[in-house]
Design a protein around this ligand. Structure first.
Ligand code: ADP
Length: 447
């Protein structure tokens, strides 16, 4: 087991990983920018190292500073959290070259899945169903027209290097195709330094369903069931739940089995998420994330298994603590991502939190790095906390969620809490009857 883990992240996820390390009796080092000197993860860690000024590229993305911090403190492993360097293959390789364990998959696996064209090809080869579309990158318009005609409109043009919902353009008819192709390419080039794009069928009413998988480091793969993350705004998840209200046990076992086998065949090690669009009873692979997800707590709630513990065990060579048959699903969980944003316009609302009171009671978990008097710096994403609620079934979970949202107090800044208070009372949400466009349509109506 590791002696000392360096956590290369900030906010709620830094604290989340820190908690797992403490439980396992592992010493912790956190790194932070000058803007985060007062952050909770810095206060609670055994050691902290300031690695640079506020902009992420100079601090949380600064590989040299982070490696130096490992060497100064003698950390033998790094947990990257999500975002920042968590899917940076070069970072994983550099750590390996310094004999520091990256708590995540190999650089090669990150590389394959980070390139969406390559990822889709790999998924197909492993027997995972994919969205119909081009076989690889599409460069000229004639080819694009041919493929689009073959799969049928509407189609979506996506950046191979894309992420965070950026670099995607929909063409509803052939007339839209040329502009969609050009804008997607130039946006991808500007945002990711790689203008390769591909085409796939645009699914009109899918749900976003993702499967939590793990490779144990010894060639075995398991799945921890699915999460439904269909409630999205601008392709960003807002509300996540497990299990999906749309799947039955048979469908869950089928897709879970396909994913677990793929992970084993790939020789993958550590946590991963295989994301699908789900429409008319069919799954279509869209991408794989090679890291811990923001929404992992809903899976923890229904399985009772600490996924960060498992990540640390696997990275240290100790394998998983569970086999597939030990993973049982119990009840229902929902996570709300609470952002420091105006609940109507979604413009960021940094500033000082004058009062912070979190709900409690049976089935309630709040993962947050903020506190009363905390000043939210304007440099990073606006997530200030996650409310995760568990109940014996979806109805109980929703009842508990409603009262937990009523108890939650965040004063001094605007947050998205009012949006969740509206959603929890909505009939479609109560029925689990929504797809990936539901939230945007709902928000447009509310305006
Ligand atoms: P990113 O890495 O940027 O998050 P994804 O490929 O995971 O990109 O897609 C993000 C979201 O975009 C999906 O959850 C879905 O809402 C939408 N999307 C992606 N591909 C399609 C598609 N073929 N049809 C319809 N919507 C899609």
């Amino acid at each position: 087991m590791f002696q000392k883990i360096l956590i290369a992240n900030r906010g709620e996820i830094a604290l989340r990983v820190l908690r797992a390390c403490k439980e396992l009796g592992i010493q912790t080092v956190v790194v932070h920018s000058t803007a985060d000197a007062d952050a909770m993860h810095v206060r609670l860690a055994d050691e902290s190292v300031c690695i640079g000024p506020p902009p992420s590229r100079d601090s949380y993305l600064n590989i040299h500073q982070i490696v130096a911090a490992c060497e100064i403190t003698g950390a033998d492993a790094v947990h990257p959290g999500y975002g920042f360097l968590s899917e940076n293959a070069k970072f994983a390789d550099i750590l390996a070259a310094h004999n520091i364990t990256f708590i995540g998959p190999s650089g090669d696996h990150i590389r394959i899945m980070g390139d969406k064209i390559e990822a889709k090809r790999t998924a197909k080869r492993l027997g995972i169903p994919v969205v119909p579309g081009s076989d690889g990158a599409v460069t000229d318009e004639k080819e694009a027209r041919r493929i689009a005609a073959e799969i049928g409109y509407p189609v979506i043009i996506k950046a191979s290097a894309g992420g965070g919902g950026r670099g995607m353009k929909v063409a509803h008819t052939e007339d839209d195709l040329e502009v969609a192709l050009q804008t997607a390419r130039s946006e991808a080039g500007a945002a990711f330094g790689d203008d390769a794009v591909y085409i796939e069928k645009y699914l009109e009413k899918p749900r976003h369903i993702e499967v939590q998988v793990f490779g144990d480091g010894f060639g075995r793969g398991v799945h921890f069931g699915e999460r439904d993350c269909s409630l999205q705004r601008r392709h960003q998840k807002v509300w996540e739940e497990a299990p999906s209200p749309a799947l039955n046990a048979e469908e869950r076992a089928r897709i879970g089995g396909v994913c677990a086998k793929a992970i084993a065949d790939l020789g993958y090690s550590g946590a991963g998420t295989i994301e699908f669009l789900y429409e008319n009873g069919e799954f279509y692979f869209i991408e794989m994330n090679t890291r811990l997800q923001v929404e992992h707590p809903v899976t923890e709630a229904i399985t009772g298994i600490d996924l960060v513990h498992e990540q640390i065990r696997v990275a240290s060579g100790g394998g998983l603590s569970v086999r597939q048959e030990d993973i049982k699903f119990n009840g229902h969980a929902i996570e709300c991502r609470i952002n420091a944003e105006d609940p109507r316009t979604f413009t960021p609302s940094p500033g000082t939190i004058t009062h912070f009171h979190t709900p409690g009671g049976l089935g309630i978990r709040v993962d947050s790095g903020v506190y009363s008097g905390y000043k939210i710096p304007p440099y990073y994403d606006s997530l200030i906390g996650k409310l995760i609620v568990h109940g014996r079934n979806r109805v109980e979970c929703m009842m508990r969620l409603r009262r937990a949202l009523d108890e939650f107090v965040v004063d001094g800044i605007k947050t998205t809490l009012p949006l969740f208070r509206d959603l929890v009372g909505n009939a479609d949400i109560a029925n689990g009857d929504y797809d990936i466009h539901w939230l945007e349509k709902y928000l447009a109506k509310e305006e």
